[in-house]
Design a protein around this ligand. Structure first.
Ligand code: TXA
Ligand code: MG
Length: 336
């Protein structure tokens, strides 16, 4: 199968995408967070194709994507009072809301959970695509399972060339990390995955907001968070201080390797001219650059060394979460 990358200059690309979706095919599309790998959420067969293409574990549910005018009422079985206010404040945008489900979409979307995650992306490419198909589109990030999420059409192509017919290219993703996933089934909303819409932003509208942390041994509410994720395909090491990073770098270099250090902008001048990837200085910059730099690093480095950026509030919680997981640091280990 030929994989076409269709940007804005490609005449009729949304009609073509609609045809593929209606035929049960999978189409990749730009969003403001990361690229998605979409299929008709009403079709068992189409949804199962996504799992097969990604090599995704069968118990990790998918988010459905809809355009801003799409009526989600038939999909959800009631909602708490704060949900409408959150939609008004932050949608379209990088916030996924989890509701009680009516079970209208394929049972494979939510993997047996009685909830449904719905997202209204703000990217014009995503909006136009979703309006054209006018169906809920189930879509995980468009990367092979466990690989780094894609933030350019080229990243999607690198993982799925020959496996999907079409990539709707909307350029580089401005957000850069996946949406905030928010459980809206309880009295107080609860963040299941941190992202660009922060806990403070949600609390300011909903009055309160909890952050879910799975207890050890407990099956997490957002099953995706149980898996090692976002990993570059090279050896990695992770440090909270630059001294350790420099030591690991020099050891790798002396052994004939090509190490590289991924760190925030302010640390670059203190690394003595060693090879670096610069994450930038603000939370927003780091979110935007992280995945592209992880993919760049895995192509050239034999050892990619991360130095933990400082917590700065705002979306840094989301950035730190992704960075630690990419480097396997949530267990305090060096990942290979
Ligand atoms: O920004 C994003 O959210 C991107 C773009 C493409 O929209 N999508 C994305 O999808 O990141 P994915 O499949 O890579 O991550 C979805 C996350 C997983 O952690 C999954 O477990 C969780 O959302 N999730 C999906 N449905 C859920 C549900 N009903 N209840 C709890 N968590 C759910
Ligand atoms: Mg993903």
């Amino acid at each position: 199968m030929e994989t076409v990358i269709a940007d804005a200059a490609y005449e009729g690309r949304f009609r073509l995408a609609k045809r593929y979706i209606e035929e049960g095919d999978v189409v990749a599309f730009h969003t403001e967070t990361v690229y998605g790998l979409g299929a008709n959420a009403f079709s068992d067969e189409a949804v199962l194709k996504i799992f097969a293409l990604k090599g995704r574990p069968a118990d990790n549910p998918l988010i459905v994507h809809v355009h801003r005018e799409y009526d989600i009422k038939p999909l959800i079985d009631g909602e708490p009072p704060y949900a409408a206010a959150l939609r008004r404040a932050y949608l379209p945008g990088p916030l996924t809301m989890v509701y009680p489900s009516t079970g209208k979409v394929s049972k494979y979307v939510s993997c047996g959970l009685n909830t449904l995650a719905i997202r209204v992306p703000s990217s014009p490419t995503a909006q136009e695509f979703l309006r054209e198909v006018d169906l809920p589109v189930a879509a995980p990030s468009a990367n092979l399972s466990k690989h780094v999420s894609p933030v350019t059409a080229r990243h999607v192509y690198d993982d799925f060339n020959g496996k999907i017919p079409l990539i709707l290219d909307g350029g580089a993703c401005g957000g850069g990390i996946e949406s905030t996933v928010l459980d809206c089934t309880g009295e107080v909303p609860q963040i299941l995955r941190e992202g660009l819409v922060t806990r403070e932003m949600i609390a300011s509208v909903a009055g309160d907001c909890k952050l879910y942390r799975a207890q050890t041994g407990e099956k997490p509410k957002s099953p995706g968070m149980a898996y090692k994720h976002y990993s570059p395909r090279c050896r990695t090491a992770y440090f909270t201080e630059r001294e350790g990073a420099i030591r690991a770098y020099d050891e790798e270099k002396n052994a004939g390797g090509t190490p590289c250090i991924l760190c925030e902008h302010g640390k670059v001048p203190f690394l003595g001219g060693r090879e670096t990837l610069d994450l930038g200085g603000t939370g927003e910059e780091m979110a935007q650059r992280l995945y592209a730099l992880l993919r760049k690093g895995e192509r050239s480095a034999t050892l990619l060394i991360g130095i933990e950026p400082e917590e700065r509030g705002g979306c840094m919680a989301g950035v730190l979460n992704r960075m630690r997981r990419a480097f396997g640091a949530e267990h305090g280990t060096e990942e290979s």
